[in-house]
Write a protein that binds this ligand. Structure first.
Ligand SMILES: [Zn+2]
Length: 282
């Protein structure tokens, strides 16, 4: 069954939304009628730490029987259990309120806010990333993750900007080395030149421009992504925009140190095999 936009949104709320940050959902009404308030779905997809699998989790509370009681507990608590191991659970405490009404004063959008979650919504810092950044920067990074988990957008964005400032040259060095390994010495020189720029945003911008297409998996430029979200600044941004920018910086940095690096290592290994291939035609 195809999930509607609202179905996907409520799943994103359950899996990804930090605490205390309102999450607005606008379901489609059926047949011209105003929509019903979204309910917690009967199942969600989620990664299980315990059995290390991405599996369907089923709603354990409230059951249909519980819902008949129709009290605030059945309406503001939801508990899911991993369908694979049957042991790991996720419990949310949340509130909801009408966020927008139509001209007949019927609600058409709702704001859901998590007020508690067990286990905590805090993402653990990736181990490879922590090692690559080093102890002091990793400490700042974890503070950023704690701020995200508690919905402190401005604080989180400030931490991630600091992390990026402190680790910029570690990141650019990695890209310069990959450019060299790919035989693109011109790109390597340009990235190294960018590293000497005193302006942090200029450093990222120049290095992003110098990044050859061989280092852009799927034609995505990871340095430009970092630049875009770093340079959004924090001064004129709303709390929720800061939260969004911080989450994207976290995602991008984790991706660069895990996914991107791995793809580049595989590409390098592939190039080596090809260059040693005795059957290759000149
Ligand atoms: Zn499990």
């Amino acid at each position: 069954m195809e999930l509607s936009e609202a179905d996907r949104a409520i799943r994103r709320f359950i899996n990804e939304q930090p605490l205390y940050a309102p999450f607005v959902i606008r379901p489609e009404g059926v047949g011209g009628n105003p929509p019903d308030r979204p309910r917690m779905p009967a199942s969600i997809l989620r990664h299980c730490q315990r059995c290390d699998s991405g599996s369907a989790w089923v709603l354990a509370f409230p059951t249909n029987e519980d819902r008949k009681q129709n009290n605030r507990f059945t309406d503001e608590i939801a508990s899911y259990i991993c369908g694979h191991c049957g042991k790991e659970t996720l419990t949310l405490w949340f509130v909801h309120e009408a966020h927008e009404h139509n001209e007949r004063k019927r609600p058409i959008a709702w704001a859901f806010t998590k007020i508690g979650q067990n286990p905590s919504p805090q993402r653990l810092m990736d181990r490879d990333l922590a090692e690559a950044l080093g102890g002091e920067i990793a400490k700042l990074y974890r503070k950023g993750l704690t701020s995200i988990a508690h919905g402190f957008g401005i604080g989180a964005q400030a931490y991630f900007r600091r992390v990026l400032e402190e680790s910029c040259n570690v990141i650019l060095e990695m890209f310069a080395q990959e450019a060299k390994a790919a035989g693109d010495l011109d790109a390597e020189t340009r990235i190294r030149d960018a590293m000497t720029n005193r302006q942090m945003d200029e450093r990222l911008k120049e290095a992003a421009r110098a990044l050859p297409s061989s280092l852009r998996p799927g034609n995505a430029n990871p340095l430009k992504f970092l630049y875009d979200h770093y340079s959004r600044g924090i001064h004129r941004m709303e709390e929720s925009d800061c939260l969004d920018a911080a989450q994207r910086l976290d995602w991008a940095m984790t991706y660069i140190f895990k996914g991107w690096r791995q793809q580049m290592q595989e590409a390098r290994a592939f190039r080596e095999v090809i260059s040693e291939d005795p059957y290759a035609e000149e």
